[in-house]
Design a protein around this ligand. Structure first.
Ligand code: HEM
Length: 93
C-alpha cells in the first residue's frame, strides 16, 4: 500500500520564506531551496518574498523549459501542500 502523504498548510509554508530558510510549492509539492536559491539561474529574487504562495507554480511553468522539471526532485522535502487545489478554469465565451 502507498505510504500516507505528509501534508503541511500554506501557513507552515509561509514560515519558511526567507533567505536561508526557503520552501516553495509547485503544483502541490513542497521544495526546500534554502541552500540553492542563490545559485538559481533565474536569480534568488523570484523566490522572495512571495515564493510561498501556492500560485507560484504558474511562473515556474511559464519561465522554465521542460528540462527544469527534472531538477525539482532534488529539492522535494517530502511534504505536500494540504490546501492546494487546481484553480477553476475560466469560462471562455
Ligand atoms: C526548485 C525550483 C526551481 C528550479 C529547479 C528552477 C530551475 C531553473 C533553471 C534550470 C533555469 C535555467 C533555464 C534555462 O537555462 O533556460 C531557471 C531560470 C529561471 N527561473 Fe527558475 N527554477 C525554480 C524555481 C523558480 C521560480 C519559483 C521562479 C519564479 C518566478 C523561477 C523563475 C525563473 C526565471 C525568471 C528564470 C530565467 C529565465 C530566462 O532567463 O529565460 N524559477 N530556473
Amino acid at each position: 500500500m502507498a505510504e500516507p502523504k505528509n501534508y503541511i498548510t500554506s501557513l507552515d509554508l509561509k514560515s519558511h520564506s526567507k533567505a536561508g530558510d526557503l520552501w516553495i510549492s509547485i503544483q502541490g509539492k513542497v521544495y526546500d531551496v534554502s541552500d540553492w536559491a542563490k545559485d538559481h539561474p533565474g536569480g534568488a529574487l523570484p523566490f522572495l518574498p512571495k515564493s510561498h504562495e501556492p500560485r507560484r507554480h504558474r511562473p515556474f511553468v511559464a519561465y522554465h523549459p521542460v528540462i527544469a522539471w527534472q531538477y525539482l526532485d532534488k529539492f522535494f522535502n517530502g511534504f505536500y501542500l494540504k490546501d492546494y487545489s487546481v484553480s477553476r478554469r475560466p469560462k471562455i465565451t
